[in-house]
Design a protein around this ligand. Structure first.
Ligand code: NAP
Length: 301
């Protein structure tokens, strides 16, 4: 019987480090600040934006929330991004996804100053990550997964990692991070996707499975090698059989059948989810720490 990786507990531990780091920066005269832009009033996006603001408040990070009308034009949004780029007191900028259809999301991301791109969606930061540079940022969900592995004593070195899904937010950056010739990585990585015939054939040979495809309970116990580590990124809302008329959240992994084969499994909720916001906070603090270093270097000249 496998053990559960408690993402909530690991996130709480990292957040207490985050809060201490913020206090040290405040003593150096820099209060980390995160600007979050929400265009329109999508209820799910509002929940995410509010959760980010709440976490900032808990950690002592200044949060700036910009709620723009659903008919905001591309130019208006870009003007706000440029203004925030130039604001020396802002360390991180993000535009909540998905924006309304008149907005070209890629162009907006490219307009964010890479030094403030704490989501790590800007091509410059994605490129840095791919070639193994650490002077950009790591994207929050895959970065959170690396931390979950580290805190659970799992070293990916030499292991066969199979990632299910190749999105720009999860699958591809997860591949890039696990592949690096670096501590906490150094895995042999296979990525399967919707055009892969029989993905279960790859999954069965995996020491580490990272499921990020958005299909409820896709990964079942019969696909899992005895003792494998299984990370479930999926968040799927499905009808709740125990409570008719209500829904519940399930992952991409069939937890009940997998826990009997795997050595470690993340639950949904309470696994990867809490880590994503934690790493967003960490990236914001990292950006603020670079700002403090710049100010001190300037003063020492
Ligand atoms: P996405 O953009 O929809 O990408 C899904 C990927 O899975 C695609 O690459 C797709 O292949 C692949 N796929 C779909 N069906 C498949 C199948 N039957 N077999 C193999 N591959 C298949 O999703 P995402 O943004 O990466 O998110 C994935 C899941 O993680 C979602 O449930 C999402 O809600 C969740 N998520 C959670 C967090 C968190 O913080 N916990 C963060 C981000 C996402 P193609 O490329 O060929 O279409």
């Amino acid at each position: 019987m496998g053990r559960i990786i408690d993402g909530k507990a690991i996130a709480a531990e990292l957040n207490s480090e985050n809060a201490e780091w913020v206090q040290k920066l405040i003593q150096r005269g820099v209060t980390p600040a995160l600007a979050v832009i929400l265009v329109g009033s999508d209820p799910a996006s509002q929940v995410y934006v509010n959760a980010k603001a709440k976490k900032c408040a808990e950690l002592g990070i200044r949060s700036l929330k910009f709620e723009l009308a659903a008919d905001t034009t591309q130019e208006e949004l870009l003007a706000l991004v440029r203004k925030l780029n130039c604001d020396p007191g802002v360390d991180g900028i993000l535009v909540q996804s998905p924006p309304p259809p008149q907005i070209d999301e890629e162009a907006v991301v490219e307009a964010i100053d890479p030094a403030k791109d704490v989501d790590c969606f800007h091509a410059q930061n994605v490129g840095k990550m791919l070639i193994g540079r650490t002077d950009g940022f790591f994207p929050c969900t895959p970065f959170g997964i690396l931390k979950l592995l580290e805190k659970s004593g799992v070293d990916p070195k030499g292991k066969h990692a199979v990632i299910i899904g190749r999105s720009n937010i999860v699958g591809k950056p997860m591949m890039a991070l696990l592949l690096q010739k670096a501590a906490g990585a150094n895995a042999t990585v296979t990525v399967v996707h919707s055009a892969t015939p029989n993905p279960e054939e790859y999954i069965r040979s995996a020491d580490l499975v990272i499921a990020a495809l958005g299909r409820p309970k896709f990964v079942t116990g019969d696909m899992i090698k005895e003792g494998a580590v299984v990370i479930d990124v999926g968040i799927n809302r499905v009808p709740n059989a125990d409570n008719p008329g209500k829904t519940k959240l399930v992952g991409d992994v069939d937890f009940d059948s997998v826990i009997g084969k795997a050595s470690l499994v993340t639950p949904v909720p309470g696994g990867v989810g809490p880590m994503t916001i934690t790493m967003l906070m960490r990236n914001t603090i990292l950006s603020a720490s670079r700002r403090a270093d710049r100010i001190e270097a300037e003063a020492a000249r």
